[in-house]
Design a protein around this ligand. Structure first.
Ligand code: BTN
Length: 283
C-alpha cells in the first residue's frame, strides 16, 4: 500500500485513564484483555510514524516479551517488500508486538504463518466472512486485502535479539485511494457495517497468543495445517514475483519450514522462500 502521511512528532504514549478519548486507550483494553502474556504491557499512541519503528527503538529498554504498541494513526507505516501502509485516525488497527524467541533465525519462518492464522482466527471470531490467506501472510476477502503482517528481526544471522511483529488491519475505511487499484478492502466494506476496533483487537490478540504458543509448543505442523484451511487457492495456478523474476505454476502446498511449493507444467517442483504471490483464480 502507499503512504499518504505527513511526517509529524510522535505523540507521547498513554497509559493513564480517560485522557485520550480513543476506544483503544489502555483503560478500555486492559480490563477486557483475556490473554496470559500478550499485551499485558499495552502502550497506546494517538499518532506515530510506524509502530514497528517505535517498538524496535524501545525494545532494548527492558520491554517484556509480548509488549504491544498500538497507534491510532500511523503516517509512515511500513509494509512488506518496501511498501508503505496507510492508517488514518480511527479507521484501522495498527500495532506491533515484541517477541524474544530463543530459536535460530532459520527456524522462524513458520512463525509468520502462525501470526497469519492468529489474525485470521481472531477476526473470524467477530465477523462472518470468507477469509483467505495469501502466502505468506496477507489476509484477503473476495480477493482484496484486509490485513497485512510485517515481521522484522534484530540480531545477527545466528542469534536473534528480538523480533517485531507488525499487524495492520483495515477495519472501518469506507474507501481507499485510487492508487491501490481496488485491491484493498476493510471489514466495514466487506460486512456492510462499522466494526468495533476494540472487539477486533481483543479477539486478534487472543488468536495471536494461542497460535504463537502452539508454534512454540508443537512446531510447524499444526500451524501449516491450520494455515492451509484458509488457502482454497492451493491446487490452482498462481504467479510469484521473486527477487530473480516471475515464477508461474500450480501451488502444491507448503513444506515444513513454510516455504511455498510450486509445480510447473512438467511436474518439476521448486520451493519459494520469499516473494509476492498473485492469485489468478477467483479467491
Ligand atoms: C504488508 O505489506 O502487507 C504488511 C503491512 C504491515 C503494516 C503494519 S501496521 C503496524 C506495523 N507498523 C508498520 O510500520 N507496519 C506494520
Amino acid at each position: 500500500m502507499t503512504s499518504n502521511g505527513v511526517p509529524g512528532r510522535d505523540a507521547a504514549p498513554n497509559r493513564s485513564a480517560g485522557s485520550t478519548g480513543s476506544d483503544l486507550a489502555p483503560e478500555h483494553i486492559a480490563r477486557q484483555l483475556k490473554t496470559r502474556w500478550l499485551g499485558r504491557d499495552y502502550r497506546f499512541y494517538s499518532s506515530l510514524d510506524s509502530t514497528n519503528s517505535k517498538l524496535s527503538a524501545l525494545a532494548t529498554q527492558g520491554f517484556a516479551e509480548g509488549a504491544v504498541l498500538l497507534a491510532d494513526e500511523q503516517h509512515r507505516g511500513r509494509g512488506r517488500l518496501g511498501r508503505t501502509w496507510i492508517a488514518a485516525t480511527g479507521e484501522s488497527l495498527t500495532f506491533s508486538i515484541l517477541l524474544k524467541p530463543t530459536c535460530a533465525p532459520a527456524e522462524m519462518a513458520p512463525l509468520a504463518l502462525a501470526v497469519a492464522v492468529g489474525v485470521a482466527v481472531g477476526i473470524g471470531e467477530v465477523v462472518d466472512l470468507p477469509l483467505v490467506l495469501k502466502w505468506p501472510n496477507d489476509l484477503l476477502c473476495d480477493g482484496k486485502k484486509l490485513a497485512g503482517i510485517l515481521i522484522e528481526t534484530s540480531g545477527d544471522g545466528k542469534n536473534l535479539r528480538h523480533l517485531i511483529v507488525g499487524v495492520g488491519i483495515n477495519v472501518n475505511q469506507s474507501a481507499f485511494p485510487e492508487e491501490l487499484g481496488g485491491q484493498a478492502s476493510s471489514l466495514r466494506l466487506a460486512t456492510g457495517k462499522n466494526q468495533s476496533r476494540p472487539e477486533i483487537l481483543l479477539a486478534v490478540l487472543r488468536g495471536l497468543e494461542k497460535w504463537i504458543d502452539l508454534w512454540r509448543g508443537l512446531g510447524s505442523a499444526p500451524i501449516i495445517d491450520a494455515w492451509l484451511k484458509y488457502a482454497p487457492w492451493v491446487g490452482e495456478e498462481i504467479e510469484v514475483k521473486t527477487s530473480t523474476g516471475i515464477e508461474c505454476g500450480v501451488a502444491v502446498g507448503l513444506n515444513p519450514t513454510g516455504a511455498l511449493i510450486l509445480e510447473d507444467g512438467l511436474g518439476h517442483r521448486r520451493e519459494i522462500h520469499s516473494g509476492d504471490v498473485t492469485l489468478i483464480g477467483s479467491v
